[in-house]
Write a protein that binds this ligand. Structure first.
Ligand code: SF4
Length: 225
């Protein structure tokens, strides 16, 4: 039986800098493709899937800087890259782009069978197809240019909700979303957009008021990927 391939923009080992797994050594798999259209997106190079940007695996892995180049990898190739690079992290973060545009169940099943834990970071605008044990981080993107709605199934599946914030409107949007989807128990993280001081101050104040947690994108302060 053929296993699916995944369009991968980057595959590398680092420290998770966001949310509940902050500080955890992790292998990041960044998938190509996202139609959500957030104006402040810091991975705009992952948005389009142009066949002319497909490159050999070695070229994708050897990138010296961000680019829209991607490679099509089978699950076996992904496992081989992890093995060949002697990565030590036991936690996989599948991000994007919007990783839930594709079925992640076969990939997460294979990774979990190797003794690795999986985490998905998604905007909550596509059905989440993954394993039961996979940790799902929903970072809901409300009223973005692409016009996608946040799905109730995604909000309900979330193990954590990580919301980008820069203005009071973002806080109001999140509160409305939590009410609309009847989310009361899931841990909420507020993440200041682009490390702006005003956004950080607002996030700190709002976290204290609501007993939410702060996520500050530690990797950006450390200057690592
Ligand atoms: S959902 Fe994520 S990858 Fe897509 S545009 Fe928004 S921030 Fe960027």
């Amino acid at each position: 039986m053929n296993t699916p391939c995944y369009k991968i923009n980057e595959l590398f080992e680092t420290i998770q800098g966001e949310g509940a797994f902050t500080g955890q050594p992790s292998i990041f798999i960044r998938l190509q493709g996202c139609p959500v259209g957030c104006s402040w997106c810091d991975t705009k190079h992952t948005w389009e899937i142009e066949m002319t940007d497909q490159v050999p695996v070695a070229q994708m892995l050897g990138k010296a800087e961000e680019s829209d180049h991607w490679s099509d990898l089978s699950i076996e190739q992904i496992l081989a890259v992890i093995n060949d690079n002697n990565y030590q992290a036991k936690h996989i973060v599948i991000t994007g782009g919007e990783p839930c545009m594709v079925d992640l169940t076969p990939l997460c099943t294979a990774l979990e069978n190797q003794g690795l834990s999986c985490q998905i970071e998604t905007s909550g605008t596509f059905e989440i197809k993954t394993t039961q044990d996979c940790w799902v981080t929903v970072s809901p993107k409300v009223n973005m240019r692409g016009g996608y709605k946040i799905l109730n199934s995604a909000m309900k599946r979330a193990n954590e909700i990580k919301h980008p914030v820069a203005t009071e409107q973002h806080v109001d949007d999140l509160k409305q979303l939590l009410t609309e989807h009847q989310i009361t128990k899931t841990q909420v993280y507020l993440q200041p957009i682009s490390q702006k001081q005003r956004a950080t101050d607002l996030a700190i104040k709002t976290c204290i008021e609501n007993n939410w947690r702060l996520s500050v994108q530690v990797h950006k302060y450390l200057g690592i990927e």
